[in-house]
Design a protein around this ligand. Structure first.
Ligand SMILES: NC(=O)c1ccc[n+]([C@@H]2O[C@H](COP(=O)([O-])OP(=O)(O)OC[C@H]3O[C@@H](n4cnc5c(N)ncnc54)[C@H](OP(=O)(O)O)[C@@H]3O)[C@@H](O)[C@H]2O)c1
Length: 256
């Protein structure tokens, strides 16, 4: 899809109040797109809108808890009323599972993580897909993780394995319809999420690397991008020799 002459793409971006989402909002706004930014912390979103689009004509903030279906419906209704048909949906909102093992958590906490990381992208896609298919034009970008490719976490990672499977299969199901589907699989990135998780075993780039990968995906849709790219040989190595993954988890995660 091209933004030339169209006033930019109309994009819904969830989880825009922090980290990767915030960096993506700045990058996409600078590239001339029309953005509907969603998160629970609406005051933070409004400050961001005032900074990146003071007139408020090209970027708006909508308070939305992605675990609440009524909020998701409200988000899409507001987006359509403001900018017309939704052309791009970026399901970025997410939470990690922290240090505490999932089997010591309440059922609601476990469910809440899957609702945020995995189910919300299903519900939001369900709300925008019929319109995208009718228009034969659209792009859904979901946020995965390298931990959705290499098994290191049985709660957070499992939610990312699920969204990876959904995204790659949905892309195939929609081939030829004009609707693109992509997965972004980041390694460790320096954000609020990784700040609270203790020491990480690998270097952490700033969230702008993901924002720029998303901008490139809009111009050149692909099934999946792993960012930074140097995780690719690590993924390949772990899949070839799983004992390497065992050793890394045993010697880094478990010692924190
Ligand atoms: N940082 C990494 O190393 C890394 C690596 C791989 C994948 N990822 C993925 O990248 C995405 C962004 O993470 P990040 O690192 O940028 O983390 P972050 O700085 O903690 O940002 C998380 C964002 O998600 C939003 N969010 C969380 N729960 C929500 C809910 N119930 N409803 C609406 N919004 C919600 C937060 O907004 P509010 O709190 O205002 O609602 C915030 O804007 C996540 O999907 C994460 O799993 C991150």
């Amino acid at each position: 899809m091209s933004i030339e002459g169209s006033g930019g793409l109309h994009i819904i971006l969830t989880g825009a109040s922090s980290g990767i989402g915030e960096a993506t909002a700045r990058t996409l706004a600078a590239a001339g797109h029309r953005l509907v930014l969603a998160a629970r912390r609406v005051e933070t979103l409004e400050k961001l809108v005032a900074e990146i689009n003071p007139s408020g004509k090209r970027v708006i903030a909508v308070q939305c808890d992605v675990r609440q279906k009524s909020d998701l419906e409200g988000l899409v209704t507001r987006a359509r009323a403001t900018f017309g048909a939704v052309q791009v949906l970026i399901n970025n909102a997410g939470m990690d599972s922290g240090k505490q093992s999932w089997w010591t958590r309440s059922a609601d906490e476990v469910t809440g993580l899957f609702e945020t990381n995995t189910l919300a992208p299903y519900w939001l896609s369900q709300l925008v897909l019929p319109e995208m298919l009718a228009e034969k034009n659209g792009h859904i970008i979901n946020m995965g993780s390298v931990s959705g490719i290499i098994a290191v976490s049985s709660l957070y990672g499992a939610s990312k394995y699920a969204i990876r499977g959904m995204t790659l299969a949905l892309r195939r199901e929609l081939l030829g319809t004009g609707v693109n589907v992509s997965l972004v699989s980041p390694g460790f990135i320096r954000t609020a999420m990784t700040a609270k998780g203790g020491k990480r075993p690998l270097p952490m780039p700033e969230p702008e690397v993901i924002a720029h990968a998303i901008l490139r995906l809009l111009e050149h849709p692909k099934a999946e991008v792993v960012v930074p790219g140097w995780y690719r040989p690590l993924i390949w190595l772990e899949q070839l020799i799983p004992a390497i993954g065992d050793a890394v988890v045993k010697n880094s995660w478990k010692k924190e």
